[in-house]
Design a protein around this ligand. Sequence first.
Ligand SMILES: [Zn+2]
Length: 269
Amino acid sequence: MPELPEVETSRRGIEPYLVGNKIQYSIVRNNKLRWSVATEIVHIANESVISVKRRAKYLLIQLQHGWIIIHLGMSGSIRILTKQQLAEKHDHIDLILADGKILRYTDPRRFGAWLWTNDLANCSVLSHLGPEPLSIDFNADYLYQRAKNKKTAIKPWLMDNKVVVGVGNIYANEALFAAKILPARAAYSLTKKEISNLVIQIKQVLQRSIEQGGTTLKDFLQSDGKPGYFSQQLFVYGKKDQSCTHCGQLIESIKLGQRSTFFCHSCQK
Ligand SMILES: [Zn+2]
């Protein structure tokens, strides 16, 4: 599933081809995604692209007359084609650009979304979201205040978009390992020092992943290649019964909030 770093990499990948360009029209081959593709997108004509931003895992394409909001869902990806190519089965949407390039959206499982808004500030899919993890609004004071009285286990709590956006399962597992905190600990039981370290580790694990993503940017021009969802160095995620790289103990796995959770009982307290 595309996580925040992949979405940010997608944003950086398409931004140079879109900003200052015009979307002449769209080709929507299948409008049955998670929700129907917005009619404004189906009928788009000669819209200048002003900016390409990201909020949580949503890509935001700012046009003269509104915003396209894209969510990649479980299996969505976008890439830039330099010339028209036969669309394959899962290539659901093309945006045809004025310079002849094409932004193509591919989504085998069709859980993605292409929405439209004229009023980003009051857009319902974005309005309830917590702070961006890499922004200064996500800091130790903020998280400590929010964690008070929260009896929920820290890991599922961190994955709640109302607390902070974009901390997916892999990153929650890895950040808690790096911060030496057991995933099942109640959120309120973390000390200020632990929270402070956790905030740093969350930012680092996401930042590292975005930096690794930078090396895959060329894939946005590879017509046949799948846009890169990059592998990163993982210490606990998916490592059940493998030796912990720090202490040699076997990594354990449990389900927390129905999500696979990995940890080292010796390194994490
Ligand atoms: Zn260990």
